[in-house]
Design a protein around this ligand. Structure first.
Ligand code: PLP
Length: 470
């Protein structure tokens, strides 16, 4: 047969109008809306016209039925949510870029209820008068930390900003040089100080700060002594820092408050589950701190939020600051936070009920068994292009908590049979799955730490790998 007879020319293509009037496109318009369908159809026609002019378009590909297929694909891709569930096999449990703490079902249900109906967010059901949205969780925070009062804002960065702006605007805050940390790029203590209008007075040195350093820095313009919990780094060796109790005594001797940015802010002693010890909000307040600030979505295992707890009169000033209005949380956050805090009332069951703690306390042996279970499915999906092995690895808690402590874990080490390029292709293909699988490229291997793969997600995980093989 003559090759020319099977080739389409540009005039073989249907007009945009004719295309849009076919039944298939009418259905697409009903589903996706007219404008997106017109844009996608026009783009596809342009593409086909260029191919026809190049003599590279088959007759069958120029028919309306054939044109609908790629248009449907374009529309489906555009309709896919931008925010998608992924498998976090990076080995970092509280991964800021992956949204940190996964929430327990009770919190998810509470969020759904709060979003679906009107709620008494700022309405006092007892009096019928106006309420304060902090009331949703304030009593719980006080119960769990021993604080007199508490307030909640959008995240811990906002909590520190609000605290500094309220208590130290145009005045001085004394902080140890060893604690002038940067947390995840955009949050640096000195920058937050400046944004809050507070003047930073650095004392001590990077590795050693003493009580007399603080005492010597206090003057007429001092508003606050502040301590920042070590995040993302550890200073080891010849070090000295002043603990909360001593620092509180110095502050109070000068009638000044002590504020502590706890960062992660645990509400329970994690050593109970064999995890490294973090100071709890209760301990730090008990040691004399007047205010503590901490995140809702780090070790606490809740939604993104920042909590300030401590002395009643100081918290009352924070609530009155107009910035509070700008930094406040929405009802979804408060609903989730309340549900998570309620779980802390029964610490004995926390490791089974709170996903973050459940993931952090998974024994390496259980993770290895999971790897053994999954190995055959992954092996058949990868074929002989990659070499797959079960390997011990170390997970990190993440989000600046306990920076030097790593948890023994297990997972897969994938190597390309033919060099590094193949490995990048695999990493990219895993990222391109309907539910992307994210690992870590290092030492010419892709490392997939299974710590954060919930057993209930295993079936879906295997489905994703089977899609990879297609
Ligand atoms: C993480 C962290 C913050 C910021 O908290 P976000 O909830 O991420 O805003 C502030 N201070 C310290 C010490 C931290 O570790």
């Amino acid at each position: 047969m003559d090759a020319g007879a099977t080739r389409a020319v540009a005039s073989d293509l249907p007009s945009l109008d004719r295309l849009l009037n076919t039944a298939r496109f009418v259905a697409l318009i009903a589903q996706h809306g007219r404008t997106p369908v017109v844009v996608a159809a026009r783009a596809e026609l342009d593409h086909l016209r260029a191919r026809a002019l190049a003599g590279a378009l088959d007759r069958e590909a120029a028919g309306t039925a054939a044109i609908a297929v790629p248009v449907e694909e374009r529309l489906a891709a555009a309709a896919r949510p931008r925010l998608r569930a992924v498998f976090n096999l990076t080995g970092t449990v509280l991964h800021t870029n992956l949204g940190r703490a996964p929430l327990p079902d009770v919190a998810i249900d509470a969020v759904a209820r709060a979003l679906a109906a009107p709620v008494n967010l700022e309405f006092d059901l007892a009096t019928g008068g106006r309420g304060d949205r902090d009331d949703v969780v304030e009593a719980l925070v006080c119960e769990l930390t021993g604080a007199e009062a508490a307030t909640v804002v959008n995240n811990n960065a906002a909590a520190v900003l609000l605290l500094l702006n309220t208590l130290a605007n145009r005045r001085e805050v004394v902080v140890s040089r060893g604690e002038l940390v940067e947390i995840g790029g955009a949050f640096r203590i000195p920058d937050v100080m400046r944004s809050a209008g507070a003047r930073l007075v650095e004392v001590g040195t990077t590795n050693r700060t003493h009580a007399h350093d603080y005492a010597g820095a206090i003057g007429a313009r001092t508003a606050l002594l502040m301590k920042v919990h070590a995040s993302n780094y550890a200073i080891s060796g010849f070090t000295a820092s002043v603990q909360e109790k001593e620092l509180a005594a110095i502050a109070h001797a000068h009638a000044l408050p002590l504020a502590v940015d706890l960062g992660s802010g645990s509400l329970v002693d994690l050593s109970r589950w064999g995890l490294p010890k973090e100071p709890t909000a209760r301990e730090v307040l008990g040691a004399g701190a007047d205010l503590v600030a901490f995140s809702g979505d780090k070790l606490l295992g809740g939604p993104q939020a920042g909590i300030v707890a401590g002395r009643r009169e100081l918290v009352a000033r924070l609530k009155k600051n107009p910035l509070k209005r700008a930094l406040r949380t929405g009802k979804a956050t408060l609903a989730a936070l309340e549900a998570v805090l309620v779980l802390y009332r029964v610490p004995e069951r926390l490791a089974e009920r709170l996903p973050t703690l459940r993931l952090l306390t998974r024994p390496a042996a259980a993770i290895e068994q999971q790897a053994q279970r999954l190995l055959p499915a992954l092996q058949s999906a990868l074929g002989d292009r990659y070499e797959l092995a079960i390997a011990p690895m170390r997970s990190q808690i993440g989000s600046g908590a306990l920076p030097v402590d790593e948890l023994p874990s297990c997972g897969f080490r994938v190597r390309a049979v033919k060099g590094q390029g193949g490995l990048r292709r695999l990493e990219q293909a895993l990222r391109g799955l309907p539910r992307p699988i994210l690992g870590r490229l290092a030492d010419k291997a892709l490392w997939l730490d299974l710590r954060c793969l919930d057993v209930t997600d295993e079936a879906d995980f295997i489905v994703q790998w089977s899609l990879l093989a297609e």
